[in-house]
Write a protein that binds this ligand. Structure first.
Ligand code: MN
Length: 297
């Protein structure tokens, strides 16, 4: 198991893939956070690898995202190859294209990567099905090999993920086109109704068995909007009726002893919408839960 007493943070400081760009400031707020600064006292040493953002002002949004995701993928790949436990902080959820392309790239060609996608949305649109054109609605489709070739081919392995090795948790808002794609691919979706009915721990256990079955390693990506806005208000596309904060804690705590977990990602944190640093504190707790198995406060 990777040493998680030392973790490596990478920030994806961009919100250009969504209609609300506030999430682009998320990583900088976390980097300067006095709340996160106290993690050291818990026995957790963390290092910031940097904040990634496109430097090409005149490029199209697609090209900027391609550039950012390529840089992020290279950073994550490097950390994985050095057997370092990484955490990526968005930024909008287009970061996932870079993060998981990079993690996949660090594995051997014959290995497979699993991924648990915790989100209120499916993020599985293609340029053909999207009603908004926003790329933060497309990262999972891209990772599965559907969408613009620039995004599906960030690194060499194509597709990055296979549908049988992933699952979604917490979904409650989506459009037909993306739902059809995931249904066609037979992707397991734990909709919010099922999470409520069976409980988050039961669902998480089943999710872990899916992503570990045919893979050497797996990751987890958490969109803040999966969590109930009463416990995590700081996100761009708020959806009511989400996963309670205490249940997210239980689920993430289960990851602390998963030795094949390669890294963890938190996306769509918009600090401008936080209330009394509530979401920032929740993120601090998630960091210590996934690494040390206990909450920070
Ligand atoms: Mn998302």
């Amino acid at each position: 198991m990777l040493d998680r007493k030392a973790v490596y943070f990478v920030g994806y400081a961009s919100g250009i893939a969504g209609s609300d760009s506030g999430s682009g400031d998320g990583p900088a707020v976390l980097k300067n956070s006095s709340i996160l600064a106290k993690l050291n006292k818990k026995g957790l040493a963390y290092h910031w690898e940097g904040l990634i953002k496109s430097t090409n002002q005149s490029a199209s949004i697609l090209d900027k995202i391609t550039e950012q995701c390529t840089k992020l993928a290279q950073s994550v790949e490097g950390l994985c190859r050095q057997h370092k436990f990484f955490m990526v902080f968005g930024g909008d959820h287009s970061c996932a294209i870079g993060t998981w392309s990079g993690a996949r790239s660090a594995l051997d060609a014959e290995d497979e990567l699993g991924l648990i996608w915790i989100d209120a949305h499916m993020d599985s649109h293609t340029p053909e099905t999207t009603p908004t054109g926003n790329i933060h609605g497309m990262p999972l489709a891209s990772l599965l090999g559907y969408g613009d070739a620039k995004l599906t081919h960030i690194m060499k392995a194509y597709p990055t993920l296979k549908p049988e090795n992933i699952c979604l948790i917490g979904v409650r808002s989506y459009e037909d086109g993306e739902a059809e794609l995931l249904k066609k691919l037979n992707v397991r979706i734990f909709f919010m109704d099922e999470v409520k009915e069976r409980g988050m721990e039961v669902v998480m256990k089943e999710a872990l068995s899916i992503v570990k079955k045919h893979t050497s390693h797996f990751g987890v990506t958490l969109d803040i909007d999966a969590i109930d806005p009463a416990d995590a208000p700081a996100t761009g596309v708020v959806e009511s009726n989400g996963i309670p904060g205490k249940d997210i804690y239980k689920a993430v705590k289960m990851l602390a002893h998963e030795d094949r977990l390669i890294g963890f990602e938190i996306a769509e944190f918009d600090p401008h919408k936080d209330k009394n640093h509530m979401t920032e504190k929740l993120i601090s707790n998630l960091i210590t839960l996934v690494t040390l198995g206990e909450t920070y406060d």
